[in-house]
Design a protein around this ligand. Structure first.
Ligand code: FAD
Length: 509
């Protein structure tokens, strides 16, 4: 048997790359990062993974997951990056922080260390931006953030934002300022000179990868964790290879981490029994999947609607009539998509992505089989909470109202929102048929205090009831956050790594 690694991290995505970089900074700690997809040198990521603002949703970049039709009536492709950098490598590059109100809901799960006051310092220290005020922003961290402004966006997007102003909403210059109270503006993005950045580029630099105590093993898919008693000791790959680790961290993402846990015997006992898997710990893994329900409205634009790069997006982020104090639970994202008409002639469409960003509905991730080659069963249960359905309906009406205003109204030749004359029932049917998610899944392995029955891990990602095993990624969010998820995931990984380093320093003192 080879000498075990001190830390084995499963999954080199948004969180896993941060953990690998931070935990290997101590030369005495041997760290192994295992990633199921391919890796690339930090300065040689292929164009599809760095191109501007467009997410890379080609099937070969993903794990091939899809949801069951469930209440939605149709399956939804559950994109999940399969590459070093994970979701941060395939995503759209939006870099927005969760809000104070989001973290209040985390604290309610018995997690006093996760208030906004506790986490804001990490948001600042990981950030590198010239935008916003010093009180809220970091200037020298690793993660680059560039906040676009309406003046820089394509003419149709500017026209939409101008119509938004006509409808009475305020301009927001900095969506990452926790004191902003909602409105419209450009998006903050992790772009450098127009190129999208991911955590494998930013955290796993050449210098970090050259550390003798860090090994990165790509194209290696993990089946499950092996235990001696209740201590996690090995990572089993699908080719049967076993890798020993003194501590194992799962960072395999919102579907990958619960799937590995379930195959390892950590999950609801009744479900594991049904799959023929021996129970190691009876915990509610995969029982609280959150994702943001979204309905996209497309509008064909008149020829030559004006100048400006299509490579950017605008946003309207506001409170619904049902929002809690300080909550911004609705969002319209506006982008221009090039397309072809029926005769193959180029056209451009304005896409308005209407999303309930603070969903209450909870879905599930379960196994169809103990075989790691079989994808998990994902049920989003979108809109199963009545308030989500009402709020998405409310937002579609807001979008329709803005689209009827100038200057955007006269730039559009066609729309697909079943026309302004659609009845509420017809609009609900249109939403249900077109329903998808914003691809911001969380909460399948939730953190929580001792008294939280929904919790699988404690406030620092340690799996309850076993030893030597943590989960650190978007799956441990105890609740959804009202933003795209990447930046908050990076913050969570930074904080857990710092807590582990602090604990190790104390033990060695
Ligand atoms: C198409 C798309 C667009 C998005 N756009 C944005 C955006 O613009 N802004 C934003 O903030 N968020 C966005 N998101 C969401 C965001 O990217 C994710 O929430 C975030 O990356 C989650 O990070 P993570 O560390 O939890 O998981 P991931 O980054 O998904 O990392 C998991 C890693 O584990 C690996 N893995 C999984 N299972 C195994 C296994 N069994 N063995 C070995 N390796 C395994 C995966 O290959 C992956 O590299 C988007 C997501 C998608 C899919």
């Amino acid at each position: 048997m080879t000498e075990p690694h001190d830390i084995v991290i499963v999954g080199g995505g948004s969180a896993g790359c941060v953990l690998a970089a931070r935990l290997s900074a101590d030369p005495n700690r041997r760290v192994l990062l295992i990633e199921g997809g391919p890796g690339y040198p930090p300065d040689a990521y292929p164009a599809d993974l760095t191109a501007g603002s467009f997410a890379s949703i080609e099937p070969y970049r993903s794990w091939g997951f899809a949801s069951v039709p469930g209440r939605t009536g149709h399956g939804i492709t559950a994109h999940a990056g399969r590459v070093l950098g994970g979701g941060s490598a395939i995503n759209g590059g939006i870099s927005r922080r969760a809000r104070p109100n989001d973290f209040e809901r985390w604290v309610e799960h018995g997690l006093p260390d996760w208030s906004f006051e506790q986490v804001v310092g990490t948001f600042k220290s990981l950030e590198n931006t010239e935008d916003g005020v010093d009180r809220w922003h970091g200037r020298s961290g690793p993660w680059p953030v560039r906040h676009s402004q309406p003046e820089e966006l394509a003419a149709p997007i500017r026209a939409f934002l101008d119509a938004t102003a006509q409808a009475g909403y305020a301009l927001v210059r900095d969506f990452n300022d926790p004191e902003q109270a909602g409105g419209y503006g450009g998006e903050p993005k992790n772009l450098v000179d127009g190129y999208r950045q991911n955590t494998a580029m930013v955290y796993l630099t050449e210098a970090v990868r050259a550390r003798p105590n860090l090994t990165i093993q790509c194209d290696a898919t993990v089946d499950r964790i092996g235990f001696e008693g209740n201590r996690a000791t090995t990572v089993r790959l699908i080719d049967g290879q076993s890798i020993w680790g003194k501590e194992i961290i799962l960072s395999a993402g919102v579907y990958g981490s619960p799937a590995v846990l379930l195959r390892s015997g950590i999950g609801p006992a009744h479900h594991l029994d049904a799959c023929g898997i021996e129970v190691v710990a009876d915990l509610p893994v995969g029982e609280a999947l959150r994702d943001q329900p979204m309905y996209v409205l497309h509008y064909v634009l008149k020829p030559d609607p004006g100048a400006g790069s299509d490579d950017g997006s605008g946003v309207l982020w506001i409170a619904s009539s049902k929002a809690a104090d300080g909550e911004l639970d609705l969002q319209l994202s506006i982008s221009v998509q090039p397309d072809l008409d029926a005769d193959g002639a180029p056209i451009r469409a304005l896409s308005v992505w209407a999303t309930v960003v603070a969903p209450r509905s909870a879905g599930t991730v379960r196994l169809k089989s103990a075989d790691p080659r079989v994808t998990p069963r994902i049920d989003y249960a979108l809109l199963s909470d009545e308030s989500d359905r009402r709020r998405l309906h409310e937002l579609a009406l807001i979008a329709r109202d803005i689209m009827a205003r100038e200057p955007i109204a006269s730039l559009v030749v066609d729309d697909d929102l079943r026309g302004p004359g659609a009845s509420p029932d017809e609009l609900d049917i249109a939403i249900r048929i077109g329903l998808t998610t914003f691809l911001h899944g969380t909460s399948t392995v939730p953190m929580g205090g001792d008294d939280d029955p929904a919790a699988v891990v404690d406030g620092w990602g340690r799996v309850k009831g076993v030893r030597g095993l943590r989960v650190v990624d978007a799956s441990i969010f105890p609740e959804a956050v009202s933003v795209p998820v990447n930046l908050t995931t990076i913050m969570v990984a930074e904080r857990v790594a710092e807590a582990m380093l602090t604990q190790a320093r104390a033990e060695n003192a």
